[in-house]
Design a protein around this ligand. Sequence first.
Ligand SMILES: [Zn+2]
Length: 269
Amino acid sequence: MHSRLLFLLVAFLATIIALDAVRRHQGALAPRPAPTVFDSKTASPAPPPTLETRLGPSPAINQVTAGTPTLDLMARLAVRRRLEREGALVYLDSLFAKTDSVVVRWPDPGDSPLTIAFVPDTTIPGWSDAVFDDLRAGIAAWGGNSAGLRFREVAASDSADIKVRWTLAFPDSTRLGLTVLNWSPDGTVHGADITLAYLEGGAKRVPLSVSDRRRVAAHELGHAIGLPHSAERDDLMFPNATTSAPSRRDQATLQLLYAVPPGSIRVSQ
Ligand SMILES: [Zn+2]
């Protein structure tokens, strides 16, 4: 009788170990999340590319498949409670809609600034390095931000955290900027690619004005540091932003994003 009980116990433990091994194997095979794309595409049919509509709503949806949550259940519940408490004042909801409830952000800044490389495209007719100054102005708009993120311009684009390129114009002429955020299943961002339009949208084929270039650069850098779109017109992260500096709400959203750890906040599968 005693040995029978022992046998059952051993069999039970063996089953648990086997199931755990299967679960770990499946975890190891979990696909990496697709990059999150923040674009500025307007809904079709495209309206005339006026100042207000060129930074249109962002319909890009990225399907994020099973990640590997790094936060344990209690930590996730704590983050959820904090987001519920403070979330009404900010706009992180639109981030979770894109990431399937994963807090996606850069690692804590510490002492190292995010490096930004400018990648010119001298094949663009009439190319002028003056666009660099407009990009620098867009970066400066986030100086002293609420998350303590700092930026450093670097020459080597291969190793830069954020790469900025230009294109003559997007196929959809109503689009002026596009940011692709690359992140790991644990919610940690490891790279951002910004593309900026050189020409105004529409048939005019003239370079974007300085003020437009600065506004688009500041808006796309907001995406590159993890911010989603805001529904409030006064915010820089509003899709049709009219300002070129972050609002208090933009800063509050950024602050909350970096006050919680990256990772899934889902409490059920
Ligand atoms: Zn945007």
